[in-house]
Write a protein that binds this ligand. Structure first.
Ligand SMILES: Nc1ncnc2c1ncn2[C@@H]1O[C@H](COP(=O)(O)OP(=O)(O)OP(=O)(O)O)[C@@H](O)[C@H]1O
Ligand SMILES: O=C(O)[C@H](O)CO
Length: 387
């Protein structure tokens, strides 16, 4: 029996790689005759590098670590991967991620994507001609202005004063002019592909600020202020470039970085999970599988919007392969996922345990649930199972 194990991370509990390993361990308790492929997955934002590093097809990636500017200005270590000396993979959450800052210290208006620009400069220094950036899971709402500043763009306010490093969401309302004379010229010869974890537009009620600003530390008044700044910035960038991306899908990913990357480096945006599945060569494994296992911390109706488990399930259902999802919990409205390729959903909780207990024991519970799941599947096939 061929099984593809393609779980995303269980945020706050275990990484995608550990989740996949736990499921494989549970299966091994039941049968040693399985042909199992582990494909730790991500929705293209946070976790992108981990899924690529453990990919069975991308064996030749070289990891580099650079000390760069974190979301609030202090230094953080971030990694990038280089494939065959030419293609760099960068995960913006490593330098500008929400998880780098504890919830009580988050001030989204002060956060900047400057560190991502530094990482891109490192990739250029390494001679890369294609740069793939996974965006999402960010602490920022600066529309990519910090990213452009790190690459040499100079932002001026109404008094013709240079806006200091690192430019952030709060500064957007003050930008009157941008000077690109010192912008890194190497960028023009590089192909940028961006995998977005969500498809929100830049502006409006469904845009970057109003949908993701609160989790980054903004209250209602701050959300209104940031949206005004973003709208002003979008208007200016549209005037400069002649391109209005405000309402395009993916523009609102990572606090408007999606739009910023299109404006500043002519990036091509893609739906994260599709780009990840392509990079991992997932199709060749999935189309031959008898069963696919997916999962993430929590499944709900939102999971249908570009999240990793549903992306995998859609591909599997295209080939008539059933997909079973394992999760910490699923909401009532998650039934809609049955229409998106998910055949069944299993919660890993063994009983009424606290969320904390479920998260601390995530791997153990996953292995136990996987064991139980495979016992059920094999017994319905009248297969030999270990006792
Ligand atoms: N082991 C676990 N047991 C029970 N619930 C869990 C467990 N691990 C994670 N969760 C729940 O899932 C939530 C995280 O959800 P999930 O892993 O789907 O990430 P997310 O925030 O939706 O982001 P993304 O989809 O980008 O990964 C946690 O806040 C918690 O409520
Ligand atoms: O970073 C963010 O704002 C969210 O993950 C959506 O991209």
């Amino acid at each position: 029996m061929k099984i593809v194990i393609a779980l995303d991370s269980f945020k706050g509990s275990c990484s995608a790689q550990l989740a996949c390993q736990a499921v494989a361990e549970g299966f091994e308790r039941v049968s040693s005759e399985l042909d199992v492929t582990l494909l730790p997955i991500s929705d293209g934002g946070e976790g992108l590098l981990e899924s690529l590093e453990h990919s069975p097809v991308l064996s030749g990636v070289t990891p580099y670590t650079f000390n760069c500017t974190g979301p609030y200005g202090s230094k953080v270590d971030a990694r990038l991967l280089v494939l065959e000396g030419k293609t760099a993979f960068i995960e913006m959450a490593q330098c500008c991620g929400l998880e780098l800052v504890q919830a009580e210290h988050r001030q989204v208006e002060k956060a900047s994507t400057y560190g991502l620009g530094e990482m891109v400069k490192h990739a250029l220094d390494l001679g890369c001609t294609r740069i793939i950036i996974g965006i999402g899971g960010s602490a920022t709402n600066d529309g990519g202005a910090g990213f452009a500043q790190a690459l040499g763009a100079e932002f001026y306010d109404n008094d013709q004063q240079l806006i200091e490093f690192p430019i952030n969401g709060e500064n957007l309302i003050n930008i009157a002019k941008i000077n690109f004379d010192k912008f890194d010229p190497r960028v023009a010869d590089v192909e940028f592909n961006v995998s977005c974890d969500v498809e929100n537009p830049l502006l409006g009620k469904n845009g970057a600020t109003y949908i993701y600003g609160s989790q980054k530390g903004a209250d209602k008044a701050m959300l209104d202020k940031l949206e005004l700044g973003m709208a002003h910035y979008a208007q200016l960038m549209t005037k400069i470039t002649g391109k209005d991306f405000s309402l395009d899908a993916g523009s609102g990913a990572a606090g408007g970085l999606g739009a910023g990357l299109r404006w500043f480096v002519s990036a091509k945006l893609e739906k994260g999970i599709d780009l990840v599945l392509g990079l991992l060569g997932a199709e060749s494994y999935i189309q031959q599988a008898d069963l696919v296992i997916v999962g993430e911390g929590r499944l709900d109706s939102q999971s249908a919007n570009g999240k990793a488990p549903v992306g995998v399930a859609r591909m599997a259902s295209h080939y008539g392969v059933p997909t079973i999802a394992l999760c910490g919990g699923y909401s009532e409205d998650s039934r809609i996922l049955y229409q998106h390729g998910i055949t069944a959903m299993w919660s890993l909780c063994p009983g009424p345990v606290s969320l904390e207990q479920a998260m601390v024991n995530g791997e153990r519970y996953l292995a136990d649930t996987a064991e139980n799941l495979l016992r059920t599947v094999l017994s319905s096939h009248s297969k030999q199972i270990k006792h």
